[in-house]
Design a protein around this ligand. Sequence first.
Ligand code: AHG
Ligand code: MN
Ligand code: MN
Length: 331
Amino acid sequence: MEKSRIDLPIGITLDRFIKSNQSQYPNAAGELSQLLRDIALASKVVNREINKAGLIDIMGNVGAQNSGGDHQQKLDLLANTRFSRALSKGGEACGIASEETESFIDLKNDGKYIVTIDPLDGSSNIDVNVSIGTIFSIYKKQSAPSQPLTEKDFLQKGRQQVAGGYILYGPSTMLVFTTGMGVNGFTYESTLGEYVLSHPSMQCKEDGKIFSINDGLSYDLVDQGIKDYLHECKTQRMTGRYIGSLVADFHRNLLKGGVFLYPPTTQYPNGKLRLTFEANALAFIAEQAGGLATTHNENILDIQPTSIHQRVPLYIGSRKMVARIQEKLRQ
Ligand code: AHG
Ligand code: MN
Ligand code: MN
């Protein structure tokens, strides 16, 4: 079996994993470790709420929209509150930008890091009991420690990430993240209240036979290259799988090989997914696992964000499949 980069036994808890790798983290000083623990803690609370969603009044939407125009679900706002509170109390993050809030929140502490987060990804699936997720990125504060946070701190390229990860609330709840030293997956053992290492050193197959796209968009696609690519997938009898939760579609493709596409459409000329809250974290993971994430012509991680809620086209997963999409777009 391929030696994992971080050679630790399956079953080790997240805490022990972080502790035993503290020295190897490029930012070893304990604050990043604590920040990862704070995110894990908030995810356990959200997980508990999600598991009760049918029993307590947190389903459905709140009748409001976020700045991206998405209808906010009750669980969107609850998850946003839980993560914001955990990060604010933890003290290691000095600011948060969330998909659910117009601009960033200055936590007014001397934390070294900022967090960008999609507190609940796949909201349309909450009420129908289908897997949903949380996506997060951690960056170092760029402004001088004594200076207040500015929007610039939240407009860093994905390549600047100190850590990127997601939580998948599925048949089992998993935390998958990278700090630039490979990708490791932890499964939540609820009887212990612990995440335990279940997927050490995750690798994305360089090719695959699964393509994920909302087929309902077919007549809204603006690029002939994408239409040609999808036609090629179907003539090659590939498998179409689309859950409608980016985290779930991405996770399956990461494990089995495959590609996820959200191209420009007539409704979303720049694509639907958000660079800062969704694409950057998953692109960091994809690349660390040997995969690839691009727009039409740019590696996601190299894009200089111009606004916190900026949307991008997203092609992410097995390297050869993303490269084939690029070829089709150049034809
Ligand atoms: P969010 O719930 O955070 O708004 O994200 C939903 C995203 C993503 O999870 C999913 O891949 C995509 O929206 C689905 O969009 P369509 O319903 O247009 O296919
Ligand atoms: Mn999302
Ligand atoms: Mn969301």
